[in-house]
Write a protein that binds this ligand. Structure first.
Ligand SMILES: Cc1cc2nc3c(=O)[nH]c(=O)nc-3n(C[C@H](O)[C@H](O)[C@H](O)COP(=O)(O)OP(=O)(O)OC[C@H]3O[C@@H](n4cnc5c(N)ncnc54)[C@H](O)[C@@H]3O)c2cc1C
Length: 342
């Protein structure tokens, strides 16, 4: 395995920022990963695990070792009357895994079609879309502990999954590298078509199946979301804030156009994109960065800007939403800045 110096990350971040890694290594096997981690030359360096870079903002070069897990392979690990268990390498492109499952009529991943990135990153923020989160299909996670090189299995419960959240963002942050994920998929799929525009889009198809749900979601996503190959972006930049009912009532008094979504008896979820839109940011461009014209939750890079420009735009949006609604927007993306901020 080659370790590259001053390696361009331009194609390893979907914003397309022109930054470099001090050192970069793609590890194709767990053994390669272990040999990198035990190499004394690299032990003192800052470490970054990088999948497809579709949830990253690089403000600066990363002055350390970037490890790109590239474990491939999708294998059936077990099967019972109800479920099939698939062990999938961290380096597999997420949507290739979804396609593989859908082709075999194994249900659970179809609503997560076309989310960019690699399988290894999916548990980190518990990716979600169209009413489904990855936690619903994650059975087990295989990791390497960075400090000791020990192999460790995490059960679904140990991952402490939440909304765009998991233990890999907290207690296990910078401590583990996910090498494989074991998914549990249904042999008799339960179709989820209630969310967003899926039902309406499905009217264009002859039947409702895993295949057509996948196709419908791909069509909807292609219409609504900017393709990073054309316009740099990292999907949703902020999380949807969850606030107490009283806060929601106060906001409704400020602007009744905001729709809220119940979470439980005491709290609701606010659509961050709509907050940004109502604060007047949708479609605005500042220099070479801006807010997407169709989905205000997505910040875009038109070329020639830096991660600092995106972060300045994000800060201005956060301030403006706070001034108007008294709500803080929390970032969903990971930020790399020198000196490191976390
Ligand atoms: C157009 C677009 C649409 C998107 N839509 C959605 C969506 O609908 N729903 C959603 O949830 N997200 C969405 N995203 C965000 C993104 O696709 C997901 O967060 C994805 O899981 C990131 O995968 P990645 O391989 O690119 O991870 P990266 O961006 O490379 O890394 C993300 C984080 O995971 C860590 N990490 C990566 N791999 C590993 C590993 N093997 N072990 C340990 N840590 C690791 C990194 O250190 C980093 O902290 C979208 C992004 C884009 C650009």
């Amino acid at each position: 395995m080659e370790v590259h110096s001053h390696y361009s990350l331009k194609h390893f971040n979907t914003f397309g920022f022109d930054v470099h890694a001090g050192l970069f290594a793609a590890a194709s096997t767990t053994d390669e990963l272990l040999s990198l981690l035990s190499d004394k030359r690299y032990r003192a360096l800052p470490l970054l695990i990088l999948g497809g870079g579709s949830n990253m903002v690089f403000c600066d070069d990363f002055n350390g070792l970037v490890i790109h897990p590239q474990m491939t392979g999708i294998e059936k690990q077990a099967e019972d009357a109800e479920f099939v268990y698939l062990r999938v390498g961290a380096g597999v492109v997420w949507d290739d895994f979804v396609s593989y499952a859908v082709q075999r009529n194994w249900g659970g991943a179809e609503n997560l079609s076309l989310i960019p990135g690699r399988v290894g990153a999916a548990p980190v923020q518990n990716i979600g879309a169209y009413g489904v989160e990855a936690k619903a299909i994650i059975h087990q996670i295989e990791c390497i502990l960075i400090d000791t090189g020990e192999r460790r299995l995490f059960s679904n419960a140990e991952c402490a999954f939440g909304y765009r959240d998991s233990a890999f963002k907290h207690a296990w942050k910078n401590k583990t590298i996910i090498t494989h994920v074991v998914f549990r998929l249904r042999k008799k799929p339960v179709l989820q078509t209630h969310y967003g525009h899926i039902a309406a889009e499905l009217k264009n198809y002859p039947d409702i199946s895993l295949q057509t749900i996948r196709q419908a979601i791909i069509t909807i996503r292609r219409t609504k979301l900017p393709d990073p190959a054309e316009t740099g972006n990292a999907g949703s930049f902020f999380k949807n804030p969850v606030v107490p009912n009283e806060t929601a009532a106060r906001i409704a008094a400020i602007d009744p156009r905001l729709t809220t979504y119940p979470v439980d008896d005491t709290s609701v979820k606010l659509p961050a994109g709509r907050l940004i839109e109502l604060a007047g940011w949708k479609g605005r461009r500042i220099g070479n960065v801006g807010v997407h014209t169709q989905q205000a939750l997505i910040l875009v890079h038109y070329g020639g800007a830096t991660g600092h420009d995106i972060m300045a735009l994000a800060a201005a949006i956060q301030q403006s939403v706070y001034n108007k609604f008294g709500v803080h927007l929390e970032r969903e993306v990971n930020v790399i800045v020198n000196p490191p901020n976390n």
